[in-house]
Design a protein around this ligand. Structure first.
Ligand code: IPE
Ligand code: IPE
Ligand code: MG
Length: 249
């Protein structure tokens, strides 16, 4: 036990907390496999994943991270059995109810990236309410990607831009990258510095396609419900060891 504790601490001690990334994004993957390994239904994995989300988000707030964006449900995740989708929606509802209660204390600013219209009405209203209440807070900004897809986000932005052109308020030839970014769900949010994917998959799965152009990517075999503070420290140490060149030298 003593050995385990000291090895955990060694990651924390290596993190430079004065130079954290401004924006960390996480693909919360591996809930199903976590449950399967324990002989539990996949929904139990999602419940454990939701718990872990609270732990990690609270810790990110504590260390002073400015932005945390998490992938909770993709535009492709509707392909899953109805029972699993319903369980995920139920967990989101529970999470939001708890968050609304704690918001005044935690000062977390919550945003949702994604098209919320196909969500159950009660959940959608809860998302809107949470966003509205938390507008006045200045703690960590938590962006929850819900029915989110990077391609869908870009297509929607293109449509909105085209509509503005048709209305005469924009000119196609004047469009810049910064202008286009303002049409995305992430308008006003700096690009992620670090994108973490647990669960051993080495792919982006339609997450923040535009925004992660120059993000540092970090993959680990650890499944999301087991992704502890120590795992986060490990990812931060890896990030701080990278040389970001943005195409320069
Ligand atoms: C991520 O865990 C949660 C969602 C996609 C909603 P998974 O459910 O994808 O877990 P695995 O990948 O099957 O283990
Ligand atoms: C990505 O995980 C989506 C979320 C974590 C919400 P998936 O499990 O859906 O991704 P694939 O299917 O392995 O690419
Ligand atoms: Mg998965």
């Amino acid at each position: 036990m003593a050995l385990l504790k000291s090895s955990k601490d060694s990651w924390e001690a290596q993190v430079d907390f004065d130079h954290l990334p401004r924006h960390v994004a996480i693909i919360m993957d591996g809930n199903g496999r976590w449950a399967k390994r324990r002989g539990l239904p996949r929904t139990a994995g999602h419940a454990a994943g939701a718990e872990n989300f609270r732990t990690i988000a609270t810790y990110c707030q504590k260390i002073g991270l400015e932005y945390l964006t998490v992938y909770a449900f993709s535009t492709e995740n509707w392909k899953r059995p109805l029972e699993e989708v319903s369980a995920i929606m139920g967990l989101l509802k529970k999470y939001l109810l708890e968050s609304i209660e704690k918001m005044e204390r935690d000062k977390v600013k919550m945003h949702f990236f994604g098209d919320l219209t196909p969500l159950p009405q009660e959940l959608r209203e809860m998302c809107e309410r949470t966003e509205e209440i938390s507008k006045r807070y200045d703690g960590i900004q938590l962006n929850v990607c819900l029915n989110y897809g990077g391609r869908d986000e870009i297509v929607r932005a293109a449509r909105a831009f085209a509509a503005d052109c048709a209305a005469g308020t924009r000119k196609p030839e004047a469009l810049t990258e910064a202008d286009f970014s303002a049409y995305l769900y992430s308008a006003g949010v700096p690009d992620p510095d670090l994108v973490i994917r647990p669960s051993g998959e080495i792919r982006i799965s339609n997450f923040l396609l535009w925004q992660s152009a120059y993000a540092e990517l970090y993959y680990t075999d650890v499944l999301w419900p087991d992704f502890s503070k120590e795992e986060l420290h490990k990812a931060l140490v890896a990030y701080q060891g990278r040389s970001r060149r943005y195409g320069g030298v």
